[in-house]
Structures are given as C-alpha cells and as structure tokens.
Ligand binder design. Structure first.
Ligand SMILES: [Zn+2]
Length: 319
C-alpha cells in the first residue's frame, strides 16, 4: 500500500516542480504541498520557507481616547507561548492571556490621556523585545448640563462640593477593586440586559454640574426598576456595596485586568467571591445613588481605566 502511494505522489511532485520552474510566481500553497514528496528525493533539496518574525498587531485599526485596544502577538511558535515574557503599554505592564492559540493583552486608554503616539513593547524569552507604536486620537467630548437630584441636596454650591468630595472617595473604592491576572471569561461579551437595548447616556460626555465638569465614564441603558441585570461574561464577584453616588453596586472580575461594574441597582443578588456565568442574573436595576431616573449604568475597566463599554462590546462582543 505504502509503495503504491509513493508511486502516485512522486509523479505529482515532479509535475509540481516542473510547474514551479515554468511559473516564476508560484503561490505559497503549492510550494508547501510539494515539500513532503520531494523530501524523499535526495536529488531535489528544498530550502525551508523563511521563518516569519514575531510581531505585535493591534485592534481596532484606529483608536481614540477612552477606547479599549486588543494587542495580539503574531507569528509566535506554535505550542510555545512562553516566548513572550511581558507586554507593556507606555511602560505599564499589561496582563497577557492566551486565546485561540494566540498571546493577547488588553489596553485601556484613559479618556483624559493626551492624544499622541505611545509604545507597546513585548519582551521575548531570549531577552529581545519587539515594539509597536500606537497612535491615540482625540475624542470629541460632548458637554451637557446635569442637575443634582433633590435627594442628594439639589442644585446648591454645598451639595456640588459634597458631590465632588464623595465622587473622589468612591473613585478610590472602585480603584481598589482587585482583578486577577488569569483570564476568567470565555467567548464573546454580551449586553448586561436581556431587554431591548436603548442607550440613554453615552460614555465620555462631560456633565456640567454647577461650576464642575464630571466625565461620564460608562454607558447608561434604559431599564425600569426591577429589570434583570446579567453578567456580561463569566467571572468572580469582586465588589458588592452601597455608595452615595453610585447606589447599590456589584462588580465582576473577568480576569486579565477586565472588570465590569453595574450601578444604581435596586437589589444585588450575589455575594463577594461568588462565581458567575455569562448571562446569569446578578442584580435588579434601580434608581439608587446619583440619578435623575431609573437606569442601569455599566462601567468596564481595563487595568483600572474606565473605557467606552460600547467600543469594548464592539471589539470583544462578536468572537
Ligand atoms: Zn451612568
């Protein structure tokens, strides 16, 4: 049987070699197919194709302040992901993970960072490093007035100062929520609601409250009180609490530096440390905290930077 197979293959190989000689621009596929049978003929040695260099690629192609960015290491040796020992963005270490056989990492671009060019550097196990420059464009920020609800003191200078002070304190609490280095999510991320998606407030606009400008660093979804709020992917509950401005809050750690935070809830249904599945109900929406009406606020953070949740879902929600 084996001999008969070779008898067939050798003429094919000869035919391919002949066709290669006639065609100065053979497709790479033809060359690969001819490698095996020709190998058995000592008189026709082939030089292996040049090894592609390990490189950094990024998605999406064009990024702005407040965007998430996916870094993908291309042309790594198969089954050897130890080649990459670290990846940094502008000198800050990222949390790499392996997905679909590729080493990846996520970057969160701060809404207030200066537009410009920033380096992504991956260090290889042999000590060499590879670099790619990321160009970050400016985002057009919309400004809109937003009053302080009566339950938080109304539109007075005192309640404005109180709002700023407490927002700073709550920011510190949110910043301290831990995220694990290991990737805990699987597959595509999804919306936090099962109901029809209506965005009532986008990420990035500045809310003018008295003399202050407070950036909205999340996405608001229409949700009447008591609507099911579900985890956007699997993970572990990393924070549960009540905050003056954010109301009832639950945060899910998805690992690799990714955190989703759900705010203004009427009820939280999970406890700190609970494992949650993608799409599992974790809370009910509400109107607690600094709100003018019921809605669900979703914050998504990458390495402690709040990025545009809709851009995140566009990037990682369709895999
Ligand atoms: Zn909001």
């Amino acid at each position: 049987m084996k001999k008969a197979r070779w008898l067939l293959l050798v003429p094919i190989a000869v035919a391919i070699v002949l066709s290669l000689r006639q065609d100065p621009t053979p497709t790479p596929q033809v060359v690969e197919e001819s490698v095996q049978p020709v190998k058995s003929t000592p008189s026709a040695p082939l030089t292996p194709a040049p090894k592609a260099e390990v490189a950094i690629s990024v998605l999406p192609a064009k990024v702005l302040q407040g965007d998430p960015v996916e870094v993908v290491i291309t042309n790594e040796a198969p089954n050897d992901k130890s080649q990459i020992t670290s990846i940094t963005f502008n000198g800050t270490k990222l949390k790499p993970f392996v997905e679909n056989g590729e080493t990846k990492a996520l970057i969160g671009l701060d809404l207030r960072m200066k537009p410009g060019t920033y380096p992504i550097v991956a260090t290889l196990s042999d000590g060499k490093s590879i670099k790619k420059d990321l160009v970050v464009g400016g985002r057009v920020l919309v400004q809109a007035p937003l009053g302080i609800p009566d339950k938080l003191g109304g539109n007075t200078a005192t309640s404005e100062q109180e709002l700023l002070n407490t927002l700073a304190k709550e920011g510190e609490i949110i910043n301290a929520i831990p995220t694990s280095a290991d990737k805990l999510w699987s597959g595509a991320f999804r919306y936090p609601l099962n109901t029809e998606i209506t965005i009532t407030d986008v990420y990035g606009y500045s809310r003018l409250t008295g003399a202050s400008s407070i950036a909205h660093k999340g996405t608001d979804f229409r949700a009447s009180i008591g609507t099911d709020v579900v985890a956007i992917n699997s993970g572990k509950v990393a924070y549960v609490g009540y905050l003056r401005n954010y109301g009832n809050v639950i945060a899910v750690d998805h690992g690799a530096g990714v955190l989703s935070i759900y705010m203004h809830l009427s009820k939280v249904e999970k406890a700190l440390g609970d494992k949650v599945e993608k799409g599992e109900r974790i809370a009910l929406s509400g109107d607690t905290g600094y709100v003018l009406g019921p809605h669900l606020h979703l914050t998504i953070r990458i390495n402690n930077i709040s990025i545009d949740p809709m851009k995140f879902l566009a990037l990682l929600g369709k895999t």
